[in-house]
Design a protein around this ligand. Structure first.
Ligand code: CU
Length: 371
């Protein structure tokens, strides 16, 4: 009865009508962090795209449009003089008939024309991009429903703190999620909601960095000791890559950024997973040991489940162990290989150990026999 009530409560909280996707752990791990599946080797394989070909935010869309307009207006200024130059060189070439080149000094009409035309071009572009300039320089007036994230650059990774999740629900203290690098030190993606404006407050722990995701159309320096700000509204779901855009040291080239834009129900699921994450650390410590001690694993699983064994908590435990194992297995130098095993079999074996520990806990009768 208690489990059913907890499940109903979870469903209400999540706005979902279905039980948690317990049987589909791998799909959700890959959904929330595609980089973990991107490559069998060390480096994430998803490319950085989207500045002009597939903008994914309001700012990026407007920036792409402004860039194409500028190009269309200013390209003739690049092309026309070159065409004229080639034509004049050919037309007035030395024909060997002794004619001398004519010289001119000053032509007011010509000077007025070649001053006026660029001014008109600049005015056309300025008028067209005025709204975008204002939008990117002035903070949004009404931020009550916005997501607010603190972005912290450090050599050579990014930490994120969700100061506000945004949307209709007020953000509770436990919802102030902090993410950054996972158990294996791999950069975690920033997770955003389609259609929900996000305000980034950026700073740095050390040197200058710059948070740049081309598909969102924003690039902002992070500076130690002060905050810079930028904002945009993601308009497409998907996985978008970027990277540090301020030369910051030896690891600058691998200071990658990934951002995942999801719909509201998936974001609610992600929040629920994050809220339970810290509680899974003990189980992970037991499961990641070179030699798993079944007693220690049983104790860790019991400690976690005794605080609540509803399907969402079980889902969160399985999710984080699957995610951690996958990430951990991508450390080729430190990966604890079985003598004759592969990473996949190692992952499967560890997940089987977890399932056995859960089964033993359930066989013991759950919370009532745990104490
Ligand atoms: Cu850098």
């Amino acid at each position: 009865m208690r489990c059913v009530l907890l499940l109903l409560l979870s469903c209400l909280l999540l706005g979902a009508s279905e039980p948690p996707p317990t049987s589909d752990i791998d799909r959700w791990v890959s959904f929330f962090n595609p980089d973990l599946y991107a490559l069998a080797g060390r480096w994430p394989a998803t490319p950085i795209v989207g500045a002009f070909d597939a903008p994914a935010s309001d700012i990026a869309r407007d920036t792409a449009r402004a860039t194409w307009l500028s190009l269309a207006v200013f390209l003739p200024f690049l092309v026309l003089p070159q065409v004229l130059l080639v034509w004049i060189i050919w037309k007035f070439r030395d024909r060997g008939d002794g004619r001398r080149a004519a010289t001119f000094v000053g032509n007011h009409t010509l000077e007025i024309v070649w001053t006026a035309i660029p001014i008109i071009a600049l005015v056309i572009v300025s008028v067209a991009i005025w709204d975008l300039v204002v939008k990117t320089e002035l903070p949004p007036a009404d931020q009550r429903r916005d997501m607010v994230v603190e972005v912290r650059g450090k050599s050579f990774a990014w930490d994120y703190k969700y100061q506000r999740l945004g949307g209709e629900r007020p953000t509770r203290r436990e919802d102030q999620i902090e993410i950054g690098q996972d158990v294996a030190g791999l950069q975690e993606p920033l997770v955003l909601v389609k259609g929900r404006r996000v305000i980034l407050n950026l700073t740095s722990n050390d040197v200058l960095h710059a948070w740049w995701v081309p598909a969102f159309g924003v690039k902002k320096d992070t500076i130690k000791g002060r905050y810079t700000h930028t904002w945009f509204t993601p308009e497409r779901t998907g996985f978008f890559k970027g990277q540090c855009a301020e030369l910051c040291g030896q690891g600058h080239g691998i200071m990658l950024i990934s951002a995942l834009v999801v719909e509201e129900p998936e974001f609610a699921l992600w929040v629920e997973l994050q809220r339970r994450r810290a509680e899974t650390v003990r189980t992970w410590t037991a499961l990641a040991a070179r030699e798993v001690d079944p007693a220690a694993l049983d104790a860790a699983v019991a400690a976690y489940l005794e605080r609540g064994a509803d399907p969402w908590r079980l889902f969160a435990l399985r999710y984080w162990m699957a995610s951690n194992l996958l990430s951990w297995s991508r450390r080729p130098n430190e990966f604890p290989r079985d003598p004759d095993g592969t990473q996949a079999t190692w992952i499967a074996a560890r997940r089987a150990l977890l399932e056995e520990a859960i089964a033993r806990w359930q066989a013991r009768g759950g919370p009532s026999t745990g104490s």
